[in-house]
Design a protein around this ligand. Structure first.
Ligand code: ASP
Length: 357
C-alpha cells in the first residue's frame, strides 16, 4: 500500500512540475511576442508636388517603399537586429533610381555623383559613416563596415573606396549610377545659376521642383525585439552641390542619430541646416534632458530650429517604446512604417505629423 501511495504521490509531483514548466514556457513566449518592434522608412523630403503626381508615379514610389519596409520588417519579425533591418531596407531604395541614393544619385556641379551615408547603433552608440564616394553601390553597407571594423566613425573619398573594397563592398563604374532625369536636373539648375532660366529655389532639390528635379535621400529607423534602436541614412546630396561638399547625412547627430535611451532619427532636407542645428541629436537631447516626447521634440527642431534659419526638410523616428513619429516643413516627404502592433503597412507622401503608438 505504502509503495502504491508513494507511486501515486510521485506521479502527482511530476505532473505538477510539468504544468509549472509549461506555464513558464508560455509566459516567456508571451513576453517575446509582446515586445514591440517597428520600422519606419523615408524616401526624401523632395517629393514630386501633389499636382504633378500621376497614378503611375505614385504606384512606382509606393511599391518601392513597400518593398523596403516589408524587407526590414521581415528581418525584425524573425528576430533579426534593427541594424540589419535598416541596412536591408535602405539597400532596396539605394538600388532604385527613383531615389537620390546609390543608383540615381543627383549630380554635383562638375557632373559627378558623390554619395554620403551613415548608420548608428542605439545600444552601443557606435556609428559609421562614408562621405564623398563615387563608386560604392550601397554606401550604407560601407558605413556599416566602418562602424563594425576599425573604430573610426567616418571615412571619405577615394581612399575610403580603397579601404572597403577588400571587405567585399561592391563597387560599380560611374555608368551604373547615371540617371537621365537627374542629369537634366543638373543642366537646368546650372542654367538657372547662369540666369538663363529664372531661379526657382535656393535649394535646387526641394519642393519647388517637379519630377526631373526631384531628389529623395533615403533613411530608416528600427526598433527590434531586443529593444535596440538603429538609424541609417544614405544620399547623393543636393543637385549642383559643389564638388567635395559633404552634407548632413554622414554627420552623426546631424542627419542620423540613435540612442536606446531616447530614440532613433533619420533626416532629409537641406543638409546645411541640419548640420547647423545638429538636428537628429537635438531631438534625442530634448527627450533626454528636457523630458519631451518624440513628437514634441521633432516639432521643436523642425518648426523652431530649422524654420527660423530658413531651412527645410523633415525627419522620421521611433522612440524607445516603439512610438513612430515624423515631421517636415517641406511640401511632402515619402515615408511609411510597419509595426508589430499595427496592420497594415502604412505609406504616405503629403499629410503631416503622424504619430503611431
Ligand atoms: N540632406 C541631404 C543633403 O543635404 C539632401 C536630402 O536629404 O535630400 O545632402
Amino acid at each position: 500500500m505504502k509503495i502504491v501511495l508513494g507511486f501515486v504521490f510521485c506521479l502527482l509531483l511530476i505532473s505538477c512540475q510539468k504544468v509549472e514548466k509549461k506555464d513558464v514556457v508560455e509566459s516567456i513566449e508571451t513576453v517575446v511576442e509582446e515586445t514591440p518592434f517597428a520600422i519606419v522608412v523615408h524616401g526624401g523630403a523632395g517629393t514630386i508636388k501633389k499636382e504633378y503626381m500621376t497614378p503611375e508615379r505614385e504606384k512606382a514610389y509606393k511599391e518601392k517603399m513597400q518593398e523596403s519596409i516589408q524587407t526590414g520588417y521581415s528581418i525584425l519579425e524573425k528576430g533579426g537586429t534593427s541594424l540589419d533591418a535598416i541596412q536591408a531596407a535602405i539597400n532596396i531604395l539605394e538600388d532604385s533610381p527613383l531615389f537620390n541614393a546609390g543608383k540615381g544619385s543627383v549630380f554635383n556641379s562638375e557632373g559627378k555623383q558623390e554619395m554620403d551615408a551613415s548608420i548608428m547603433d542605439g545600444k552601443t552608440l557606435n556609428a559609421g559613416a562614408i562621405a564623398g564616394v563615387h563608386h560604392i553601390k550601397n554606401p550604407i553597407n560601407a558605413a556599416r563596415l566602418v562602424m563594425d571594423s576599425i573604430g573610426h566613425v567616418m571615412l571619405s573619398g577615394d581612399r575610403a573606396e580603397d579601404f572597403v573594397k577588400p571587405f567585399g563592398i561592391v563597387l560599380e563604374n560611374e555608368d551604373y549610377f547615371y540617371d537621365e532625369n537627374r542629369y537634366n536636373s543638373l543642366l537646368k539648375a546650372q542654367e538657372e545659376e547662369k540666369g538663363i532660366l529664372p531661379k526657382q529655389s535656393a535649394m535646387i532639390n526641394l519642393e519647388t521642383f517637379i519630377d526631373e528635379h526631384k531628389k529623395g535621400t533615403v533613411g530608416a529607423v528600427a526598433l527590434d525585439k531586443f529593444g535596440n534602436l538603429a538609424a541609417g541614412t544614405s544620399t547623393g546630396g543636393m543637385t549642383n552641390k559643389k564638388f567635395g561638399r559633404i552634407g548632413d547625412v554622414p554627420i552623426i547627430g546631424a542627419g542620423t542619430y540613435a540612442n536606446n535611451a531616447s530614440c532613433g532619427i533619420s533626416c532629409t532636407g537641406w543638409g546645411e541646416f541640419f548640420i547647423r542645428t545638429v538636428a537628429a541629436n537635438q531631438v534625442s537631447s530634448l527627450m533626454l534632458y528636457k523630458g519631451l516626447d518624440i513628437e514634441s521634440a521633432m516639432n521643436q527642431v523642425i518648426h523652431q530650429a530649422i524654420d527660423s534659419l530658413g531651412g527645410d526638410g523633415g525627419m522620421i523616428g521611433i522612440d524607445k517604446k516603439g512610438k513612430i513619429a515624423w515631421e517636415f516643413n517641406s511640401a511632402g516627404m515619402y515615408r511609411g512604417y510597419k509595426t508589430s502592433a499595427s496592420e497594415p503597412l502604412i505609406i504616405e507622401f503629403y499629410e503631416k505629423n503622424k504619430v503611431v503608438e
